[in-house]
Design a protein around this ligand. Structure first.
Ligand SMILES: Cc1cc2nc3c(=O)[nH]c(=O)nc-3n(C[C@H](O)[C@H](O)[C@H](O)COP(=O)(O)O)c2cc1C
Length: 274
């Protein structure tokens, strides 16, 4: 039941909900938008109808359009967006403090607006919320990696881990979480259309938005490798559902470093097909 309702008094019969519906299931019945019961199952649940309606006359899935944020065109301009994208850095120096709970909530609430294939919306954020907990997890991971390094060695293709383990033993360098207070694993059910893509888009969104809240991030391939391949018991310990694939992981927190300028990139490899 998708609960598609049209306010007859305010609907101006413009047909925009009909033409913008990606599933093409809305029709004009006696000049009122309508979805037949048989077609309800085809709904993407994308809320384009609610979003496009100029008079806020459509509610669907129990969502009242009055609770949506009005889109009045006041978006960050291109220069600010450019600076945000070009100024982003992988942060590997962090303040040893937790983020404020409101900041954490804001980050996750916004990141979940990232698009998902077929609007499946099944991305799951597993977050280590407290830095002491992450230190505990890190120490357990490191103890196991030290053991592997000394006893069996790392599997083929992952031998490079032994150099990192050595740095941990000699200097206490945290190569798994880069000294960050928080860690996020983004996962999704293996059987949905685009599980890994959905996770990567969600994390990219998370990372860009994080900067505007003064939060630094680092994509964490080493941690992903550890959790997905080397020590899969941590997948269970961290509560990743068994049917989920880990899309990617990221460490984050308040940066203890400031970058003064952008890096410089070679032009993109572009091939125009004319
Ligand atoms: C998929 C991916 C995995 C990464 N894994 C790690 C990692 O495990 N540890 C780390 O310190 N940095 C990691 N990075 C960060 C890259 O090293 C970094 O993005 C790159 O050097 C460019 O620096 P910048 O992000 O500051 O522009 C990763 C980046 C990406 C995109």
């Amino acid at each position: 039941m998708i609960d598609f309702n049209v306010n007859q008094e305010t609907c101006i019969k413009c047909g925009q909900c009909v033409s913008d519906c990606p599933a093409r299931i809305i029709s004009m019945e006696d000049t009122t938008p309508f979805i037949t019961e048989e077609k309800e199952a085809l709904c993407y649940k994308c809320q384009h109808c609610l979003s496009v309606c100029p008079t806020a006359s459509i509610s669907i899935l129990g969502y009242d359009p009055k609770n949506s944020v009005p889109l009045t065109g006041e978006l960050p301009d291109s220069a600010r967006m450019e600076l945000l994208i070009k100024g982003r850095r992988a942060v590997r120096q962090y303040k040893q403090e937790n983020l404020e709970p409101e900041t954490m909530k804001q980050l996750l609430d916004v990141a979940c607006y990232a698009p998902t294939g077929k609007n499946s919306g099944q991305v799951r954020f597993t977050v280590v919320n407290d830095r002491i907990k992450l230190i505990e997890i890190r120490d357990d991971i490191m103890a196991k990696l030290v053991k592997i390094s000394h006893e069996t060695g790392f599997p083929e293709g992952m031998e490079f881990f032994s150099t990192y383990v050595q740095q941990w033993e000699e200097e206490g360098t945290d190569f798994v979480f880069r000294g960050a207070p928080h860690f996020i694993i983004v996962s999704a059910p293996r059987n949905i259309v685009t599980p890994v893509e959905d996770c990567l888009i969600a994390l990219t969104t998370f990372e860009l938005y994080a900067q505007t809240l003064g939060v630094g991030t680092v994509w964490d391939g080493l941690a992903k490798w550890v959790i997905s391949e080397l020590l899969p018991e941590f997948k269970i310990r961290l509560g990743i559902p068994e049917d989920h694939v880990i899309g990617y992981t990221m460490a984050f927190g308040k940066p203890a470093v400031t970058y003064s300028r952008t890096t410089q990139h070679e032009p993109a490899g572009v091939h125009f097909v004319n």
